[in-house]
Design a protein around this ligand. Structure first.
Ligand code: FA5
Length: 355
């Protein structure tokens, strides 16, 4: 019995000197974890010793238990400050390592911007919204029926010629890339009864040679108003208001006779040049006027085609090229640049306020 207790006391003393000796040698976070696991952990030396108490005779267990617990306490007390110091040193080293100099100049993030054509669409939607027009959108792939037939463009009209129109299917089926936004006139009128007041922004496509003012893909904005007693005066007033808001007050609108099969009478319309107030400059090519698009009173055949009675209703329609308006407003001299993804050009619009 003597020897057993004696043996345990020796074992405790051994453990004490071994554990405290190792404790002094700890230097890294890994060492700390390793030591704690080996001595104080659930499978560590002290726990093993406590478990083995059961093998001692009953009356020796309390003394042996107390001594082992005392050793545990002692080791815990010695371990805590060493662990804290090593953890603090490791944290300090890490902070030093990851130090960020907040006084260094930053790297500007690349900020995208709305494309100038999209911005102009937004601006036009806003202007026409104030005038009571609702924006609607239509398919870019159209049938000959909407792109031509219902717009009073007969089968032998040159606009139906393949040289202007991009066909996307068997020519006999006449599925086309829409050549203008006007097909949405019939599509809208088929859906609703008058009064109608819509604008249609969107992409259009033509089989055309490209130059500084012509693209094979470009953007138009269609306008359509149908009601009782609509006249040319309403058309002029609406376009004048658009010109005023786009290019500033005192802008004048000019109508000249033009021919489009789906309007009668038909006009082309221009705004006097805001840059030179109509005197003539580089932007308006010395003419004093900026051409904007075509317009006119909706042809009775178009109204009839969608089931409207032309004796009861009249309407006006217009269509303008959005790239051309951006060009006029910002003095851009080549339309092809809009689709080149040239950041030097696009960045100019990143901060340019569209008034
Ligand atoms: C039309 O497309 C008619 N649908 C407009 C219209 C609507 C008239 C309603 C009457 C009533 P036009 O082909 O002229 O018309 O085109 C209208 C505008 O689109 C032109 O003034 C021009 O600004 C623009 N445009 C036409 N072709 C091109 C092109 N290839 N590249 C860039 N813009 C173009």
């Amino acid at each position: 019995m003597e020897t057993q207790i004696h043996g345990l006391t020796e074992k405790i003393a051994d453990a004490r000197s071994q554990a405290t000796g190792q404790l002094q040698a700890l230097s890294s976070l890994g060492d700390v974890q390793e030591w704690e696991r080996a001595w104080l952990g659930p499978k560590g030396e002290i726990t093993t010793m406590l478990r083995s108490l059961g093998t001692l005779p009953k009356d020796e267990r309390p003394v042996a238990g107390r001594e082992t617990q005392a050793l545990r306490q002692e080791l815990e007390t010695a371990f805590a400050p060493i662990r804290d110091r090593i953890e603090r040193e490791a944290l300090d080293a890490r902070l030093e390592d990851e130090r960020v100099d907040v006084t260094l100049p930053g790297i500007d993030p690349q900020i995208g911007a709305i494309h100038p054509v999209s911005r102009m669409i937004d601006e036009l939607v806003e202007i026409f919204g104030q005038l009571g027009f609702q924006a609607v959108f239509g398919p870019e792939v159209e049938t000959g029926r909407y792109n031509f037939d219902l717009l009073n463009i007969p089968a032998d009209h040159p606009a139906r010629d393949v040289w202007d129109t991009i066909l996307v299917d068997d020519p006999t089926a006449e599925i086309v890339m829409r050549t203008h936004t006007s097909p949405m006139q019939a599509r809208t009128m088929e859906r609703i009864d008058p009064p109608v007041r819509v604008i249609v922004p969107g992409r259009t496509y033509r089989y055309e040679a490209q130059d500084a003012s012509h693209e094979w893909m470009f953007t138009q904005l269609e306008g359509l108003a149908v009601d009782r007693n609509i006249t040319m005066t309403d058309l002029k007033g609406v376009l004048q208001e658009m010109a005023r808001q786009l290019f500033g007050p005192e802008r004048r609108v000019r109508f000249r006779c033009d021919y489009f099969p789906f309007v009668e009478p038909g006009v082309d319309f221009a705004v006097d040049c805001a840059i030179c107030s109509g005197k003539g400059c580089r932007v308006c090519k010395q003419s004093g006027w900026l051409e904007m698009g075509g317009a006119g009173m909706v042809h009775p055949n178009v109204l009839r085609g969608v089931g409207y009675d032309p004796d009861e209703y009249t309407g006006f329609a217009f269509g303008l090229g959005i790239e051309r308006i951006v060009m006029m407003k910002y003095g851009v001299d080549d339309l092809r640049i809009f689709n080149t993804n040239d950041l030097r050009f696009l960045k100019k619009f990143a901060t340019a306020a569209v008034s």
